[in-house]
Ligand binder design. Structure first.
Ligand code: 4NP
Length: 150
């Protein structure tokens, strides 16, 4: 899961998907990163942590990390939150195989529309609720597809 800072959207996406993976007993690993380096080693934004906590998901101890090419070796799918992330991640791909892994996460629920998860960092609490709802639905679809694949 990839966003800009790795303190709002992508840690929420990681927590949501991880909780669904555990509910289903799947053997899948998920992590999150930022394209930027501003928040390396920082815990998620308290507003993201509180929103996840409302849904019994604990992301408080996650730590910010920046994407690197090693992530393309480690992971089968790289889900990005917005168009900027998409471009930044594509810029560090090494070949077609890497490129194929990069997906806009909201295409899971709004196919082919290339919609972005709005960045809630500068807004109010309602932005975090909106992000939670979008990511929850997208992660349901990811789980459904993983269940077929495994
Ligand atoms: P995120 O939100 O990409 O969802 O983690 C942001 C976090 C920090 C900043 C921007 C967006 N920032 O400019 O520091």
């Amino acid at each position: 899961m990839v966003c800009l800072g790795n303190i709002c959207r992508s840690p929420m996406a990681q927590g949501i998907l991880d909780s669904k993976i555990k509910e289903q007993g799947l053997n899948v690993s998920v992590d999150s990163v930022g394209t930027a380096s501003y928040h390396i080693d920082q815990n998620p934004d308290p507003r993201a942590t509180a929103k996840a906590e409302e849904h019994d998901i604990d992301i408080s101890l996650y730590r910010g990390r920046q994407i690197s090419t090693a992530d393309f070796d480690e992971f089968d799918y790289i889900y990005v939150m917005d168009n900027y992330n998409y471009q930044d991640v594509l810029n560090i791909t090494r070949d077609e195989e890497d490129k194929k892994k990069v997906k806009m996460i909201l295409n899971k629920i709004f196919p082919d529309q290339d919609m972005s998860v709005p960045d809630p960092y500068y807004g109010g609490e309602e932005g975090f609720e909106n992000v939670y709802q979008l990511l929850d639905k997208a992660c349901d679809k990811i789980i459904e597809e993983l269940t077929y694949e495994i």
